[in-house]
Ligand binder design. Structure first.
Ligand code: MLT
Length: 411
């Protein structure tokens, strides 16, 4: 028989959101009359903005005729989209990004999962805890994690940066040498953010300690407070130490359509095994062109439309809609005396489970007594134990109903 990649056997349980879906399905099978409200996985529920669908329809028509038909596009993305990204997401904020530093892809999950491939097998990885599970699991698959210590609930070679209520969910710098640091802001799952000065501490640290920050900024468009940076490159020196991941999924309803991008500045350098300096952008470009054939033309035209005046207004409407939901959940739960975090610059509300229930016990209680699906905090790591995440991506009606149902529970 063929040998397998045994690192896969080192993965713990199933992927968090698959496990939740499994439990939800089982509950519905046992309780077919239950009217479930899903505030679990961060999947959007509003339709695509009209500017996007119009652009996509027009693009489909172009593809129907030989004169304007397009086959394979540039793997890195069409220039029209890359220019729109550079102008609107960066230049407008005083950040210069060159066209060959932007890589359009089919999702940030894929990009944050794949990026580790271009780094050495013995690179030491630091993650926040709680953490988006993809960062950890992809490094486990690559054989970088060491064994799982079930007593500690952690992999031996991964450096965990605890984010707890005590430190305001803002991790301390690593206490040992690391090579790669995954940071996610606005944070999934806690919904918390760093100010520019706080982010600068990380950039300075990475510059002084020769490490690279993998900055997941998928929730950037939900930022409402002025002192929260939208891009890590707003911090001086970040171009030398950071890769940034951005997504259209949550911003523009693209969770099913699939489009995102990653910025890899040309300044970023790594060392090969002989100690020679290598441009990381070249490696990512090589990987991207070898393993990926680009996002569809129709999708990229849809993404471009987000940056049109109508598109911008419609996106603002979507974000406001979800952030109003976030406020409803946040205020509703706080009025019940629960400790709630996030929901101000992010579509996630992170709450301390009542009565000291563990995260999965609260999941079961919420599902069985209120027919609400949420996400157990411990699914994001040990520091998430005793916490729970709700998303603001439901409909207004379901969001209000969910808060009313929770109000009716004995907590
Ligand atoms: C989440 O719920 O954390 C996200 O939807 C997961 C994702 O974007 O892959």
């Amino acid at each position: 028989m063929t040998s397998i990649n045994s690192n896969y056997l080192n993965l713990q349980g199933s992927y968090l959101f698959s496990e939740i879906a499994k439990r939800r399905t089982k509950f519905i099978q046992d309780n077919p009359q239950a009217e479930i409200i899903s505030l679990g996985i961060g999947d959007v529920t509003r339709g695509l903005p009209e500017a996007v669908t119009k652009a996509m329809h027009a693009a489909v028509d172009e593809l129907a005729v030989p004169g304007s038909f397009r086959g394979y596009g540039p793997e890195q993305g069409y220039d029209f989209l890359i220019q729109a990204i550079i102008e609107n997401d960066y230049k407008a904020r005083g950040v210069d990004i060159a066209a060959n530093e932007v890589f359009v892809s089919d999702g940030s999950k894929c990009d944050v999962g794949n990026i580790q491939e271009i780094f050495s097998q013995d690179a030491v990885v630091a993650v926040q805890d709680p953490v988006y599970p993809v960062y950890v699991d992809t490094n486990v698959m690559a054989g970088r994690s060491g064994s799982f210590n079930s007593e500690l609930g952690r992999y031996e070679n991964i450096v965990y940066l605890d984010c707890t209520a005590e430190n305001g969910f803002k991790p301390s710098l690593p206490d040992r040498k690391v090579d790669l640091i995954y940071l996610c802001y606005p944070n999934n799952p806690t919904g918390m953010t760093l100010t520019k000065d706080e982010l600068k501490v990380w950039v300075d640290y990475a510059r002084e300690n020769n490490c690279l920050i993998l900055f997941d900024s998928a929730y950037e468009s939900f930022i409402t407070e002025a002192d929260v940076p939208h891009s890590i490159y707003e911090v001086e020196g970040a171009r030398e130490v950071a890769i940034e991941f951005r997504s259209f999924s949550k911003t523009a309803g693209f969770t099913g359509v699939r489009c995102a991008y990653t910025v890899v500045p040309r300044e970023l350098k790594g060392l090969d095994k002989d100690g020679n300096s290598v441009v990381i952008n070249d490696l990512w470009n090589r990987r991207h062109t070898t393993k990926f054939n680009g996002v569809s033309y129709v999708t990229q035209r849809g993404a471009e439309a987000i940056y049109s005046p109508e598109g911008k207004e419609q996106i603002r409407g979507l974000v406001d809609y979800y952030m109003t939901n976030a406020g409803i959940i946040r205020d509703g739960l706080a009025s019940l005396g629960l400790d709630v975090f996030g929901g101000v610059n992010a579509p996630y509300i992170w709450l301390k489970t009542p009565k000291g229930l563990d995260s999965w016990a609260f999941f079961d209680k919420l599902l069985s007594e209120a027919n609400i699906v949420g996400t157990p905090g411990v699914g994001f790591g040990r520091s998430g134990q005793g916490y729970f995440r709700l998303t603001a991506f439901g409909s207004r009606e379901n969001t209000e109903k969910a808060v009313e149902r929770i109000r009716g529970l004995s907590l």
